[in-house]
Ligand binder design. Structure first.
Ligand code: COA
Length: 261
C-alpha cells in the first residue's frame, strides 16, 4: 500500500478505511490531499479483495471543514474554474462512479468541500456532533465540487437553496430528517456501525452492486435514460459468475460465495 502524507488507509475484513489526517486544519482539502485521496480510492477500487470503502476524518471535531481556503484566496477566474473542474474529475465524480460502495462516516464538521465529498459517497452516517453546510456564499463564491447538483438531488431544491443561500449549518438530526444522512450514531460507535453495514454489503455480489451503482447514477445524468441504463445493467448481470453462483446457491439452499467484484 502507498505511503501518504495527508491521509492514511487501513484494511480490515475486506473493508478499506480511508482517514483524512489534517486535524490541525480540520481536515481541509488541499490540492495534495485531493490527489492522495484520488490515488487511495483508485487503488482500493481496483483491489478485488476490498468490498467496501469507508471514509472519515481524523480527530473528534471534523470530517472535512471544506476546501483549503488558503490555497485559492488569490485565484483568477480561470484558476477558479480549473480548480473546480480538476477537483470534480479527480475526486468527487470519481468517488460517485466507483464500482466499490463508499460510505462516509461524518464525524464532525462537513462543510463546503467536506459536505460535497460526503455527498459524492454512496451514502452517509453521522455522529451527533456533525454539522453540515455549504458556506461558500459567505466567502463570495459558490459550491464548486458538485454541491449545487448533489444537495438538491439529496434534499430537494428548496431545502438545498435555503442551505446554500443562508450559508448555515444543520445538525445531524436535521440532516437525517432531510435525508442527507441515513443514520445518526454516537461518535464512539460510528466506525463500528459503518463497518457492520459494510459487512452486510460485502456478503452480496460485488458485481451486482457495481451494476446497481451505475444504474442509479445513470438516472442523474443529463441525456441518459436511467430506465434504459437499468435494463442494460440488469441484462449484463446474467452473464456473470456472480449471477450463476447467487441463483445456484439459492436453489441448493446454501449461502452464496461470490468470487469478486
Ligand atoms: N480551509 C483552510 N483552513 C481551515 C479551514 C478551511 N476550509 N477550516 C478550518 N481551517 C483551519 C483554521 O484556519 C484553523 O487554522 P489555524 O489554527 O492555523 O488558524 C484551524 O483549521 C482550526 O479552525 P478554527 O476556525 O480555529 O476552528 P473553530 O472551531 O473556531 O471553527 C469552523 C470551526 C469549521 C466553524 C471554522 O473553521 C470554519 O468556518 N471553517 C471554514 C469553513 C468553510 O467556509 N468551508 C468552506 C470552504 S469553501
Amino acid at each position: 500500500m502507498e505511503e501518504y502524507k495527508n491521509i492514511y488507509v487501513e484494511e480490515e475484513n475486506h473493508i478499506a478505511f480511508i482517514t483524512i489526517d489534517r486535524p490541525a486544519k480540520l481536515n481541509a482539502l488541499n490540492r495534495e490531499t485531493i490527489a492522495e485521496l484520488h490515488d487511495a480510492f483508485k487503488e482500493n477500487d481496483e483491489d478485488p479483495d476490498i468490498k467496501v470503502i469507508i471514509i472519515t476524518g481524523s480527530g473528534e471535531k471534523a470530517f472535512v471543514a471544506g476546501a483549503d481556503i488558503s490555497e485559492f484566496a488569490d485565484f483568477s477566474v480561470t484558476e477558479g474554474e480549473t480548480l473546480a473542474a480538476k477537483g470534480q474529475h479527480l475526486l468527487f465524480d470519481f468517488v460517485e462512479h466507483l464500482r466499490t460502495p463508499v460510505i462516509a462516516a461524518v464525524n464532525g464538521f462537513a462543510l463546503g468541500g467536506g459536505l460535497e465529498l460526503a455527498m459524492a459517497c454512496h451514502f452517509r452516517v453521522a455522529s451527533p456532533n456533525a454539522r453540515m453546510g455549504l458556506p461558500e456564499v459567505s466567502l463570495g463564491v459558490i459550491p464548486g465540487y458538485g454541491g449545487t447538483q448533489r444537495l438538491p438531488q439529496l434534499v430537494g431544491k428548496g431545502k438545498a437553496l435555503e442551505m446554500i443561500m443562508t450559508a448555515g449549518m444543520i445538525n445531524a438530526e436535521e440532516a437525517k430528517t432531510y435525508g442527507l444522512v441515513n443514520h445518526v450514531v454516537p461518535q464512539e460507535e460510528l466506525l463500528d456501525f459503518c463497518e457492520d453495514l459494510a459487512l452486510k454489503i460485502s456478503k452480496n455480489s460485488g458485481v451486482a452492486i457495481a451494476a446497481a451503482i451505475q444504474a442509479v447514477n445513470a438516472g442523474y445524468k443529463d441525456g441518459v435514460d436511467g430506465y434504459k441504463a437499468e435494463i442494460k445493467a440488469f441484462g449484463s448481470c446474467f452473464g456473470t459468475e456472480d449471477f450463476r453462483e447467487g441463483t445456484t446457491a439459492f436453489l441448493e439452499k446454501r449461502k452464496a460465495e461470490f468470487p469478486g467484484k
